[in-house]
Design a protein around this ligand. Sequence first.
Ligand code: SAM
Length: 342
Amino acid sequence: MGKTSKDKRDIYYRRAKEEGWRARSAFKLLQIDSEFHIFEGVTKAVDLCAAPGSWSQVLSRKLNKDGNQTARIVAVDLQAMAPLDGVVQIQGDITKVSTAEEIIKHFRNEHADLVVCDGAPDVTGLHDMDIYIQSQLLLAALNITTHILKPHGIFVAKIFRGKDISLLYSQLKIFFKDVYCTKPRSSRNSSIEAFVVCKNYSPPEGYQPHMLNPLLTHEHCDFNQLTGINRYVVPFVVCGDLSQPDSDACYSLEYEGKEYKYHEPNQSPISPPYEEAITLLEKGKLQLKKPGTSLTVFNEPESAISAFKEKCTISSSPEEEPSVTVSISDNKALKEIDDESK
Ligand SMILES: C[S@@+](CC[C@H](N)C(=O)[O-])C[C@H]1O[C@@H](n2cnc3c(N)ncnc32)[C@H](O)[C@@H]1O
């Protein structure tokens, strides 16, 4: 695959590199803001599931407009993230009480104006399982949020629109006066990903935040049968101007008459999951060096795969064909969810 083919297929990926964003996801948050004005008056924000950091970059640029690093931004992710000016980083799992406590510590006596969460699990390809794990991430994010968000604050989070989505909406509606579901133009139509924008944080009277809330019931219940006050129908809003590029379309490299120049991704993975494989490969301890080995990679951004391929090629002998063929899985179920995480 040529270096420019992804640039051609994905205008947001290309623009992210041109404009200095670490990931195309930056445009999702920017487009959500253009519709919902989520940054107005915000000086303290938390970015949950932040790596590689494009949402933290957006927060940092939007909240420090005057150039002074006056805003307080805390970013959390399972994975290590390259440092960003003015962003406090915590490496941890947001479903763990210890991570939640660490975040809360940073906000002692103060509350955040905004919490965002773009969390996505490592997809298994089992649709129902992936949707369930995604909703668990959202609930963990909501639990942390109930500790640190100020009254009337805003919570934005990624969701997968599965069949039990009404349950999540109802749970969010307990804590926020206004709950919207939105699909930024930069989020592909082919993906079940969407975002909830929850405004006006107002927990029920007497609610005591703690990390042990069993927010999801494990008993069977068809939530679609709920009616009236028990079933809140969330307004669905498409955001991002219609004149913005369509994330499912291909655009010529000279889009809008601009001269095309190839850009490397702004931030390569700093501690990728395949790191150990590369070390073993370099030490000659991995069978991958056998000619003709083929390897299918799930759930890795294309930049990570090219880096991996390059390493594989270097370590094969010059007379041989590159020993490893690396291909991306075209498992539809995986792709649908995973495409959005790149
Ligand atoms: C789509 S990426 C986030 C992209 C990010 N918003 C950006 O703009 O650069 C999803 C992230 O969720 C993180 N994640 C998944 N489960 C997590 C968990 N339990 N705790 C913390 N981070 C988690 C992953 O490590 C991954 O970096």
